[in-house]
Write a protein that binds this ligand. Structure first.
Ligand code: PBG
Ligand code: ZN
Length: 336
């Protein structure tokens, strides 16, 4: 009896056989739900003043701070690979307490934008709007004592956004996490005649340790305290939905979530709630973790990058900002 049962249970066929569709590459690709396309990728570029100036960023493998001429050459390479857009960050020659140089028309971001506009590349041109690269204290807003003054920061952000729009940005990307920043940019842009300039809102931005390598690249580490009074607690998901809702209401055209890999649940929730383009930023620390492990031979670099980005897309991000944009675009040309 016991013998009979055992034989039977061993030979009972499985009712469901999902393995049928995994049998060969053609079947697997036929049923594949998520495909990456270089057109959905946005590459961050760090710009400095000068000519033929390139400084390697040790914390971001393969990335450098570049003068506008070299940034245009890099943008040409990215466009050639089919990458969808670039996101510019500026590192100014001089900083002050109010981050005034963020809105300097002769700063590296506006100059790069003007050159890029003249080059007419098939790339969406985005510029990050924040003060932290431009302030002596490294905070994303102006100070009132040692507090960050939300409302005093808003006009400075709007002013910078207008200068970038004037210089040719298709999209401005406020990342300071000040309340009302999207509304401030929208009304500032509209009044200045830039109703066509789009806003990609860093809407859900956690106070994350994963921004470390970026801050080294941009020289924007806060000189005191941290960013927890303006960036969100990574523990909070409902609050993230609220931030997304507010930015959508304030006039954002694209909603962004970051860091990507720690926010996959938020992307999935946002995909269901908002009929708007959703973006995710695979931040510097996410890139650094992959690079460091790959360098030690602990993981396969290409596999890790593609798996992370595919998962970010699967979770609901249509647009992905990633330091691997050029690599991925080249890989997808070999094997989509
Ligand atoms: C500036 C800004 C940061 C990032 C994007 N915009 C840094 C920060 O908030 O400290 C992070 C990007 C990255 O880590 O790749 N506010
Ligand atoms: Zn900032």
């Amino acid at each position: 009896m016991r013998e009979a049962l055992r034989t039977r249970s061993v030979t009972t066929p499985a009712a469901d056989r999902p393995r049928r569709l995994r049998a060969n590459p053609a079947l697997r690709s036929l049923v594949r739900e998520t495909w990456l396309n270089p057109a959905q990728l946005v590459a961050p570029i760090f710009v400095v003043s000068g000519r033929r100036r390139r400084e390697e960023i040790s914390s971001l493998k393969g990335h450098s701070r570049m003068s506008p001429d070299l940034a245009v050459a890099e943008a040409e390479r990215l466009a050639g690979l089919g990458v969808g857009g670039i996101l510019l960050f500026g590192i100014p020659d001089s900083k002050d307490a109010r981050g005034e140089t963020a809105a300097d028309e002769s700063g590296p971001v506006p100059e790069t934008l003007r050159r890029l506009t003249a080059a007419k590349l098939p790339l969406a041109l985005a510029a990050d709007v924040c003060l932290c690269e431009y302030t002596t204290h490294g905070h994303c807003g102006v100070l009132e004592g040692d507090r960050i003054d939300n409302d005093a920061t808003l006009p400075l952000l709007a002013e910078a956004a207008i200068v970038y729009a004037e210089s040719g940005a298709d999209i401005v990307a406020p990342s300071a996490m000040m309340d009302g920043q999207v509304a401030a940019l929208r009304s500032g842009l509209d009044v200045a005649g830039f109703a066509e300039t789009a806003i990609i809102a860093y809407a859900s931005k956690h106070a994350s340790v994963l921004y470390g390598p970026f801050r080294e690249a941009a020289g924007s580490t806060p000189s005191f305290g941290d960013r927890k009074s303006y960036q969100m607690d990574p523990a909070n998901g409902r609050e993230a939905m609220r931030e997304l809702t507010l930015d959508a209401r304030e006039g954002a055209d694209i909603l962004m979530v970051k860091p990507a890999i720690t926010s996959l649940d938020l992307l999935a929730r946002a995909r269901d709630r908002f009929d708007m383009p959703l973006a995710a930023y695979q931040v510097s620390g996410e890139a650094a973790m992959i690079e460091a492990a790959a360098e030690r031979g602990w993981i396969d670099r290409r596999g890790a990058v593609l798996e992370a980005l595919t998962s970010i897309a699967r979770a609901g991000a249509h647009i992905i900002v990633t330091y691997f944009a050029a690599d991925v675009a080249a890989w997808l040309k070999e094997t989509p």
